[in-house]
Design a protein around this ligand. Structure first.
Ligand SMILES: [Zn+2]
Length: 389
């Protein structure tokens, strides 16, 4: 081991306090190199997720990143809770795995199993063991009901408050869990528990979580890492069907398939929704990715999407979380409007966020609804504005 490596391994333990409404990119080891160049500025970080059983591969990448001096928040997700061979929540943690994260000076994320519907014993087991460890974040991969159903949500809130350890939640559902009535409300209640909270394996709603006070939230590079799917009855079918890549359309706060973007652009060629100034697109319209070789499209799609999300995070997050919530609410309303304008179906999550946050008293001048940021003028040729939407 070189002196530099020794020094790195002795660096002070990075805890959750190092996270400050950080937007994390969640990826597998194949994408780490492409992703780390984008999430390499203040307010960003990385979650590397193991394919089931490949903890050594994730650990080798973590060592490499630490040796290369990657100094943004870095978390390692053992992913023992996902897939058809998932482990239940009462499975003991691996002390070796926790120790490896600690040795590298990373936030220690527990290698939890899945907390199913009504599995209170499993939930308590994860929280209790995390409290005994003392320096870890309790990973809670939750069945949707824990946030959606009021009685289950009350139980979750009571237990989280009682053990008072930082928690990283993942919400399992076959589609966007934050489009389901009650789930955003549950998340906001959990965020008000005075316990540091991270949201992992999410998509656009990661920005909403950050605006509402999450210390960090992760967006998956690929569709499989933007969700935790329920166990599949036909695993072989899912394994081989790879969805076409999607890209973030910033003005709509939405992921959309590249082909859909191209077709909608043909119907609405004058809309400025398609133009992107991120470091991947460099001022081109989003459908440029479709004209690249197929093998490159997925990587370019997630590079653009991360770039766009980092820009959105910088626009949305200010010093006052209460104001950020209202800014997020206004952006959701604007995004819903632009989706309607181009004929896309409503995105339930945009409505859920608006309903859950609500409006401030109309006569309270302390809460202007907008924060300056890039707005989308309706037609090309109109002046690109940085004024509030
Ligand atoms: Zn772009």
């Amino acid at each position: 081991m070189t002196p530099d490596q020794t020094q790195l391994l002795r660096s002070p333990l990075r805890t959750v306090e190092g996270l400050d409404r950080t937007l994390l990119a969640q990826c597998g080891i194949a994408d780490v190199d492409a992703v780390r160049r984008i999430v390499n500025r203040p307010g960003t970080g990385l979650v590397v997720t193991a394919r089931q059983g490949n903890l050594p591969g994730v650990y080798r990448w973590a060592c490499y990143l630490v040796e290369k001096g990657y100094d943004r928040p870095l978390l390692l997700d053992a992913n023992r809770y996902g897939g058809n061979r998932r482990l239940p929540a009462n499975t003991p943690f691996s002390s070796d795995w926790l120790g490896r994260q600690r040795e590298l000076g990373l936030p220690v994320l527990t290698d939890s199993g899945y907390v199913g519907w009504g599995d209170l014993d499993g939930l308590v087991a994860i929280l209790r063991r995390t409290a005994m460890i003392g320096d870890a974040i309790a990973l809670l991969p939750l069945h949707l009901s824990w946030l959606r159903v009021p009685s289950a949500r009350d139980t979750l809130l009571r237990q989280v408050r009682a053990f008072a350890v930082p928690v990283a939640i993942i919400v399992e559902y076959q589609a966007d869990p934050f489009g389901v009535r009650g789930v955003v409300d549950g998340l906001i209640e959990l965020l008000n528990c005075d316990v540091p909270l991270l949201l992992l394996r999410s998509d656009i709603s990661a920005l909403g979580a950050l605006c509402c006070g999450a210390v960090a939230a992760a967006v998956g590079t690929r569709a499989a890492l933007r969700h935790l799917y329920p166990m599949a009855p036909q695993p072989a079918r899912r394994r081989w069907s790879r969805p076409a890549p999607s890209v973030v359309v910033s003005g709509c706060l939405s992921y959309k398939r590249l082909g859909t973007v191209a077709r909608t652009k043909r119907r609405h060629p004058d809309s400025n929704l398609w133009w992107c100034g991120c470091s991947t697109c460099e001022g081109r319209d989003l459908d440029w990715i479709l004209h690249r070789p197929e093998r490159m499209r997925e990587r370019l799609s997630f590079q653009h999407s991360l770039d766009a999300l980092v820009e959105l995070r910088d626009e949305l997050i200010g010093p006052d979380p209460q104001r950020d919530q209202l800014t997020w609410r206004a952006r959701c309303a604007s995004a819903a409007y632009w989706r309607r304008e181009v004929g896309w179906e409503p995105l339930p999550a945009l409505d859920r966020w608006q309903q859950a946050i609500g409006l401030p008293p109309s006569d309270d001048p302390a809460f202007p609804l907008h924060r300056p940021g890039r707005s989308i003028p309706p037609q090309r040729g109109s002046e690109r504005s940085t004024s509030p939407e």
